[in-house]
Design a protein around this ligand. Structure first.
Ligand code: CP
Ligand code: NVA
Length: 318
């Protein structure tokens, strides 16, 4: 199992999950292997409830379909309980400091997931909480999504090391986590973004540093054609992420040549996979023919959010 044989037991109990950068290659591979094992149990109808009596709080400052439902259902399946905490329904929305909220919630909960804007909010929550904190998306990173993405790629291709993943579009949270995760797992990652929308240079530098150890190649380009050439996987995301909606019009102009469509994907390997974190805008970042075509694995990816996050909660909170 995994790139390294049998499922090794790695102790992650009590750890936060803020960015993939904080986890070693072996730890990320372990989480993927555990997700696959938990998925197998679930498909076989085997009862697996190691989190009986445990509760996770899910704080949302932004909208969500997949993250909310997969965490709530995942925790239920593991025998525990999940609380949905919308910013507007808790005192955070009225200005209660994150540090107080973290300490209070740690007296009730066994884990906290937060989806927020500034990544510093996630870091501050983790600093003051005495229970594990999971990043359910910040403006900087979306590590839960990327865990499920690389699980999907691994299941479909039977390996990760040496694969080429092309990401076309905004150098956003998704691009960042795919870069760091890819570098850790030995996946070659090529990012094509228009000028002014490149990934954060500090994330690129960090991924290049990691890549030196794993043999992964990191390429940042303004050419979607260069990025996609001979790719095993093509990834894209919305042009205007949550919090950037007012830039939609100017982004449509800037990203006009960055659509993943039938013409572009011809440059990839014939058995390339198309991935998207969703929600998607057909006709903008991706054509309907590609996202709904035979190479698309978007719903396997979305399903794997459930299995990957169950693995995460078991490893951190079990
Ligand atoms: N991909 C993802 O995180 O989806 P949601 O915004 O619906 O949670
Ligand atoms: N980059 C997107 C991802 C949504 C899952 C956003 O932050 O809105």
């Amino acid at each position: 199992m995994g790139q390294g044989g049998a499922l090794q037991q790695i102790n992650l109990k009590g750890r936060d999950f803020l960015e993939l950068d904080d986890y070693s290659t072996e730890e990320i591979q372990y989480l993927i292997d555990l997700a696959i094992e938990i998925k197998r149990k679930h498909k076989n109808g085997e009862a697996y409830q190691p989190l009986k009596g445990k509760t996770i709080g899910l704080i949302f400052e932004k909208s969500s379909t997949r993250t909310r439902v997969s965490f709530e259902v995942g925790m239920f399946q593991l025998g525990g309980h999940a609380l949905f905490l919308s910013k507007n329904d808790i005192q955070l929305g009225r200005g209660e400091p994150i540090s107080d909220m973290a300490q209070v919630m740690s007296r009730y909960l066994d884990g906290i997931m937060i989806r927020t804007f500034g990544h510093d909010n996630v870091v501050e929550l983790a600093r003051y909480a005495s229970v594990p904190v999971i990043n359910g998306l910040s403006d900087l990173a979306h590590p839960c999504q990327v865990l499920a993405d690389y699980q999907t790629l691994y299941e479909q291709k039977g390996k990760l090391k040496g694969l080429k993943l092309a990401y076309i579009g905004d150098g956003n949270n998704m691009a960042h986590s795919l870069l760091i995760g890819g570098a850790k797992l030995g996946v070659h990652v090529s990012i094509a973004s228009p000028a002014g929308y490149e990934p954060d240079p500090s994330v690129v530098a960090a991924s290049r540093e990691i890549a030196k150890q794993t043999g992964s190649e990191i390429v940042i380009t303004q050419s979607p054609q260069e990025a996609v050439k001979d790719a095993d996987a093509i990834y894209t995301d919305v042009w205007a992420s949550m919090g950037f909606e007012e830039e939609q019009k100017e982004r449509e102009l800037a990203f006009a040549d960055f659509q993943v469509n039938e013409e572009l994907v011809k440059l990839a390997k014939p058995d390339y996979l198309f991935l998207h974190c969703l929600p998607a805008h057909r006709g903008e970042e991706v054509s309907a023919g590609v996202i709904d075509g035979p190479n698309s694995v978007i719903f396997d990816e979305a399903e794997n959010r459930l299995h990957a996050q169950k693995a995460l909660m078991v490893a951190l909170m079990g």
